[in-house]
Design a binder for this molecule. Structure first.
Ligand code: NDP
Length: 284
């Protein structure tokens, strides 16, 4: 068997996760199985989906059709915003498993904290995820889009520390304080929209460094994440870009160049996605 070039990261529960994966946000349900099949063929062994994306079924189909063992592919899904109440969360988790056609999930996340909904009670929702972890159907559990003030009540009032916090991170929004809280509390950061949905790729600092190391702008930005220790899962439906985004392990950025990329941070105005403090969207 060919050895994977992708490093594994060990989570606080002892499970391991490939540091590079493939994200399927905004891939149409009818195109998802084909995209995931291509990703698996290239060598990706970690897929990031969500109930909200409507494409869990295609992810499961592609994994089954690949001939790989279930245990060879790390799959994450997320609890949708309409299902934070405990009974709804139970049903939603079962539906996620049946859409994927799996009897367990590698990682299940609360997609958004929604502090302005459900009376601000995401702690009860987290306790449901603890239940899925204890019954073995979620091998690891974590959160997404949690700010420090959302992580603190979990630490004070619940038993398990989230294994990951999946948050927006890219050169225009480096999200350092939340990342630092994660480091201090053994919560691994997963960086979503790692290339800012393409917006950072024309930045003069990035294109200059790409020319210097002989790689593409996307590879430089993804390598920056890898060397900072975060987990990434860029999305692409373009096979050549899927290959490009996988090819990150034969070069290194110098420490000074990593700092130059981090210095592109624009703070709040650099976000490409919503602010978790106010995001209150419930899909119908
Ligand atoms: P990305 O930062 O991964 O960017 C995706 C976009 O960049 C697509 O338009 C893609 O185009 C383009 N692209 C990809 N690779 C290249 C390349 N090498 N060169 C040029 N352009 C490229 O954005 P996403 O928002 O999709 O984030 C990635 C993943 O993060 C998602 O799929 C999802 O799994 C997760 N996520 C989680 C969120 C959360 O709330 N937890 C929120 C947002 C994302 P094309 O497909 O046409 O090639």
């Amino acid at each position: 068997m060919k050895l994977s070039p992708i490093p594994n990261i060990t989570l606080n529960d002892g499970n391991t996760i490939p540091q590079l994966g493939f994200g399927v946000f905004q891939i149409a349900p009818r195109d998802t199985a084909q995209a995931v099949s291509k990703a698996l063929e290239i060598g990706y062994r970690h897929i990031d989906t969500a109930e909200m994306y409507g494409n869990e079924k295609g992810v499961g189909e592609a994994i089954r059709a690949s001939g790989l063992e279930r245990g060879e592919v790390f799959v994450t899904s997320k609890l949708n915003n309409g299902f934070h109440r405990p009974d709804d969360a139970r049903k939603a988790f079962s539906t996620t498993l049946s859409e994927l056609g799996f009897d367990y999930l590698d990682l299940f996340l609360i997609h958004w904290p929604l502090p302005t909904l459900y009376g601000g009670d995401f702690v009860s929702t987290w306790k449901m995820l603890e239940e899925f972890y204890r019954d073995g159907r979620a091998r690891s559990i974590g959160v997404s889009n949690f700010q420090i003030e959302h992580l603190q009540p979990l630490a004070a009032e619940t038993d398990l520390v989230p294994s990951v916090n999946q948050i927006e991170v890219h050169p225009y929004f480096t999200n350092e304080a939340v990342r630092a809280y994660g480091r201090e509390h053994r919560i691994t950061t997963e960086a979503w929209s790692p290339i800012a949905q393409g917006k950072v790729l024309g930045d003069p600092t990035i294109t200059e460094l790409a020319a210097k190391v002989g790689k593409t702008p996307a590879q430089v930005v993804l390598r920056w994440h890898i060397q900072r220790g975060d987990i990434v899962f860029p999305k692409s439906t373009t096979p050549s870009r899927m290959k490009e985004n996988f090819d990150l392990f034969d070069f290194e950025l110098e420490r000074a160049d990593i700092s130059r990329i981090s210095a592109l941070n624009r703070g709040e105005s650099g976000r490409v996605g919503p602010n978790p403090d106010t995001f209150a969207y419930i899909p119908r």
